[in-house]
Structure formats: C-alpha cells, structure tokens
Design a protein around this ligand. Structure first.
Ligand SMILES: Nc1nc2c(c(=O)[nH]1)N[C@H]1C(S)=C(S)[C@@H](COP(=O)(O)OP(=O)(O)OC[C@H]3O[C@@H](n4cnc5c(N)ncnc54)[C@H](O)[C@@H]3O)O[C@H]1N2
Ligand code: MOO
Length: 404
C-alpha cells in the first residue's frame, strides 16, 4: 500500500533537527592529536610569553648609558647562544655577543645587529651605529600570565597547537566526536572491485558521505553496503543504532517496492519528518530511535549531497558545541532559471564575491540523480516554490559550503 507522507518546509525540517537534544561529552587528548578537534575548556597562560627578554637578532647587547656617540668600541665579555643565560652584570663599556632567540641580560636596553659592527679581535668590537628599535621582545609581549590563550569552543588548528605547546600544555579537553554509521542500500550497488555491469552502479554516495562526515568532525566507524533486503536492512539498522550517536542511511527511502527505510521511520520512537518540500531530496527522512538520530538521505547523488549539508552538517557540528559552517548569505542570481517549482529548489551553484556582493551561478544540472557537478559546486541557492519563473538578478538565499 502506498504510504502518504506529509511534507514540511526546509526551515521546519532544519528546526526539528536543531531541537533534537544531544548529549555533548568531552575527553582529554594529547595536544599533538588535537588538530581540527573542538576545544571544550579554555586554555590559560601558565606564565608570560615570552617569559624572558628575547633577542630578535644576532648581535651585541648594550646598556642604555652606552647608546650614544657611535662608532664606539666595546669589550665582549661573553657569548650568549639561544638557550643560555648571561649570569653576570653587564658593566658600562661591555657587551655580550648574543644570538637570535637568546635571553637578553635584564640591564641591557638594545641589541645592535652584527651587520652594524666590526670585530677587532681580542674580545673587542666596534659598533658602527645604533638601532632605531631595541631588537628585544619584552616579557609577556604575546601573552601575559593568566591570560586566556585559547577560548572555547573553537576548532584547534596547527597554529593553535603551537600556542598550546608553547605553554607546555600536553593535553586538552575537547568535545567527543559523534560516532556515525553509514548504511548504503540498493541491490544495484556493486562491490568497489567488481566489473561494471548493465543496470548496476558503484556506491558513489558511500565514500562521499564518509568524507563529508569526517570534514565536519564526525567519525565514521561503520560503513556498510546492503542489497534492498528488508531483513538485512533491519538487522543492520538495529545494530548501528545500538552503537552510534548518528546513523546515516542512503537510498531506499522513497515509496518503491524495495524502499524499506520509510517503514523504520514510521515505526520509530520519534519521527521527525519523512518528506520535505524541497528538490532535490524531497524524500529526506529523519527519526530518533533509542536515542540515536537516523538520517535517511536520498540515494540520488545530488539529493544525498544536498541533504547532508542541509541537515547532517549542522547536527554533527552541534555535537561538538559548534555552529554550522554553511554560511547563509543573500546572493544575486546571475543566470536565468526559468523552471517553476511546487517545492523550493536547491540549486547546486558556484559564486563569486565582488564588492561585498555574492553573484550566484547555477552549476549546470539541477537533477537529483546527477553527480556531474558535485566536485565543482561551491554553494547552493534556493529557488523558492512559485508558479512564476524567477527573474534574472533576483536576490536568492545562498548557502556557502565549507571546504570549497
Ligand atoms: N513513485 C515515486 N517514485 C519516486 C518518488 C516518489 O515520490 N514517488 N520520489 C523520487 C524522488 S524525488 C527521489 S529523490 C527518489 C528517492 O529515492 P531513494 O532515496 O529511495 O533512493 P533509491 O530509489 O534507492 O535510489 C535513487 C537513485 O539513486 C541511486 N543510488 C542509490 N544509492 C546510491 C549510492 N550509494 N551511490 C550512488 N547512487 C545511488 C539509485 O541507483 C537510483 O538511481 O525516488 C524517486 N522516486
Ligand atoms: O527528492 Mo528527489 O531528489 O526531489 O528528486
């Protein structure tokens, strides 16, 4: 029997996803493994940085009282390489030869660069001229002791790893990444190494979804491909739900004889939606079962890609205390689009930004079943449902995609 579905708007579907309660948990991990993880607890400076007066050049440190009447001769009383400390007191007429990164004696006011000096031998050096700047980085120039060096939540990047490491911080508290299972369904799906056959296709959505999840900060620890077999799908779904925060299914969500995911949605603890007023991806379905969110994306590649960004990306980000990275802006439609639509249509597009305005270009086909433009799409734009074609240069809601 054909099951009737009640479609809701994209905004309503997104609101339902945003209202799903999530249990955010944290873990402590080594800083060296924290790249792209989301910091959950801010980090503080345990000491001033730098914590000693640091020479910015290779040269000679001098006292303020000697900083006049150049050229001028000095007695070189020590050499201070990086890592060493001059443990005496610099006297008038004396200098220490000091290297970049080395600790400048407290009493010195300036470091004269080597290029401005002449070595006279016998521990004597002539400084030819003074310097405009001290060439010394004072204590606490980067961070003062107790200052927040990294606020939370934020994504740690290689630069952030340097900041944390500079304070000897070895572990950080980050949000746990949601564990996600991907179940691709379809008897037409071939094994990756099988020869191509008439009527069959490779599971191109599976690897795409895995990378989309990973780029968003989730962990895919189960990836299965199943034929359209109700029993097999039910068993896989139950097992995946029992051990994951999120399960993504792909395909088999329409009303065909072999589309079994819709039944699981209707029988679930909570059905969020099983049809959205959008193209592509009107069949997109979401439900909660035993506390696990199941997102059923369309098998059609264009719809699968679109559905991920509209519904999955914000959820995976929220699991890590962060907002979606899909940036919503107003764009100007820079190519005609004459089709009328009963549902809002999300066009895979590209954009350019000129003088603060986003110009949006539909990126070839808008067909749900096409994957031709997935590599080159950089944004979506929404063509609102309407019985009239949308005019060229209309303002359109535009969704800039991350990683593009
Ligand atoms: N009678 C109706 N038929 C259809 C309706 C409808 O309302 N009534 N909706 C259409 C719309 S709209 C869409 S979208 C699709 C959705 O289909 P499913 O999500 O159930 O997906 P499948 O039927 O399994 O496959 C659709 C298409 O995608 C290909 N596919 C599936 N899995 C993959 C994969 N892992 N990698 C690449 N391609 C995949 C599959 O071979 C089909 O060509 O239903 C319409 N039908
Ligand atoms: O929902 Mo389908 O992807 O709209 O063609």
């Amino acid at each position: 029997m054909l099951t009737r579905r009640t479609p809701i708007s994209i905004a309503q579907a997104q609101a339902k996803m945003a209202a799903v309660p999530l249990k955010l948990t944290t873990e402590e991990i080594p800083v060296t493994e924290a790249n792209h993880r989301i910091l959950a607890k801010p980090a503080q400076a345990a000491y001033d940085y730098p914590h000693f007066r640091r020479s910015g050049v290779d040269g000679y440190a001098i006292l303020a009282e000697d900083d006049h009447d150049f050229p001028r001769d000095f007695e070189v009383v020590a050499e201070v390489p990086a890592g060493a400390v001059f443990d005496k007191q610099l006297q008038p007429g004396q200098t220490v030869r000091i290297m970049t990164g080395a600790c400048v004696p407290d009493e010195a006011s300036k470091v004269i660069m080597i290029e401005k000096t002449r070595d006279k031998g016998d521990d004597q050096v002539t400084m030819m001229a003074t310097e405009k700047h001290s060439n010394i980085t004072e204590v606490g120039t980067d961070f003062a002791k107790g200052q927040e060096v990294m606020a939370a939540p934020q994504e740690i990047n290689p630069g952030g790893i340097a900041v944390l490491t500079a304070f000897g911080i070895q572990t950080v508290t980050v949000y746990k990444q949601p564990r996600i299972a991907i179940i691709a369904t379809g008897t037409e799906l071939l094994a990756p190494n099988a020869p191509i056959e008439k009527g069959k296709i490779y599971n191109s959505n599976g690897p795409m979804l895995k990378r989309l999840v990973e780029e968003t900060g989730g962990v895919v620890d189960e990836e299965v491909q199943l034929p359209d077999d109700d029993d097999q799908i039910q068993v896989a779904l139950e097992e995946a739900i029992a051990s994951h925060e999120i399960v993504i299914t792909d395909g088999g969500v329409s009303v065909g004889d072999y589309d079994f995911i819709g039944d699981a949605a209707r029988n679930a603890d909570e059905m969020l939606f099983n049809k959205v007023k959008q193209r592509p991806g009107s069949v997109t379905t979401a439900f909660v079962q035993d506390g696990t969110l199941v997102m059923a994306l369309s098998g059609n590649p264009g719809a699968c890609f679109t559905g991920f960004y509209l519904y999955m990306e914000p959820l995976i980000r929220r699991y890590q205390g962060m907002d979606s990275r899909v940036k919503k802006v107003t764009g100007i439609l820079n190519a005609p689009y004459t089709k009328t639509n009963g549902f809002d249509r999300i066009l895979r597009s590209t954009y350019e930004q000129k003088d603060g305005t986003y110009y949006v270009y539909p990126n070839g086909t808008d067909r749900s079943g096409s994957l031709a433009n997935l590599q080159t799409t950089t944004c979506f734009c929404t063509i609102p449902h309407s019985t009239e074609p949308i005019a060229l240069h209309s303002e359109v809601e535009t969704w800039l995609l991350p990683f593009k």
